[in-house]
Structure formats: C-alpha cells, structure tokens
Design a protein around this ligand. Sequence first.
Ligand SMILES: [Zn+2]
Length: 118
Amino acid sequence: MSWSDETITELTKLWDAGFSTSEIGRRIGVSKNAVVGKAHRLGLISRPSPIKRIPLPPPPKMVAIGGRACSWPIGDPRKPDFRFCNSPAMAGKPYCQEHAAVAYVAPKSRNTSTEDAA
Ligand SMILES: [Zn+2]
C-alpha cells in the first residue's frame, strides 16, 4: 500500500471527523490496520471525538465558590480556545448541573438495533 498525498489528506479528514478506523479504511480502500499504522505515523492519535477518548488535563486550580468547578471540556483540546466549563460543580460530581445532566444521561430506550448480535 502506497499512501498518496490524496489518500493521506482523506485519511486525516475522516480521522478528524471521528470516523472509525474500519470505516476510514473502507472509504479509502485500505485495511483497518493500515489506517491505524498510518494515523500513528502521522501523529493523528488524539481524536476530537468521542469525548471519552480525550485525555483530560488535571482540573483547574482556580476553584469556584463553595467547592469544585465543573471540569466539562469545551471545545477541541488541540485548539487554543479549549477550556473547561468552570461553573460551580454539583456536590459530589465533577460537573455543573447542566453538564451532569449530559454526562449521566440514563439509557432510556433499549430498543435500538442491538438485537441482531445473536
Ligand atoms: Zn459545566
């Protein structure tokens, strides 16, 4: 497999868009392993999504009144305008009320198509 500039550009674009390695491979016509290897060599390992893959910096030292500040990441950690929410966090939670609602959303509907995994 030789990587043309075009293929590399496409890989980078799809990677940044958050596609899975197998999906990227399918789209540019290489194996998943080739995508992983190339992405690693290109230094594409930190991805903007999903959020749980982002290595979180330690919580900010500046603390909100009465306790912790919300450590919900806002923006892209690779960009200079990345920051934490910093609103006062809920008691016992690392996030403010708004972000706790997003972080701890209960899986309500289990009728999504996972049944064909039998
Ligand atoms: Zn927040």
